[in-house]
Unconditional design. Structure first.
Length: 80
């Protein structure tokens, strides 16, 4: 059993940052698949909100990355 945890990173300026939280704590996922499923649900909800007129635009999958959690702050500089 792996103890590796995963986070969803969001592009914030020149960095990828974990801005997803649960009860003011960073949201961690037990597997890459769990993180991917939660991200897919988030994107579906955003598209639904656009369709309902609650948002003007929905983010796309390329605005996010799934990364191993390193135990500290999950931020990385964008070099690309």
């Amino acid at each position: 059993m792996s103890t590796q945890r995963w986070v969803v990173l969001t592009r914030e300026g020149n960095y990828w940052e974990n801005v997803w939280t649960v009860d003011d704590e960073p949201e961690l996922f037990d597997s890459y698949a769990d993180a991917e499923a939660e991200l897919a649900e988030h994107l579906r909800e955003c598209r639904w909100a656009v369709d309902e007129g609650d948002m003007t635009d929905a983010p796309t999958r390329d605005a996010f990355r799934i990364s191993p959690h390193c135990g500290g702050v999950d931020t990385c500089h964008i070099w690309d």
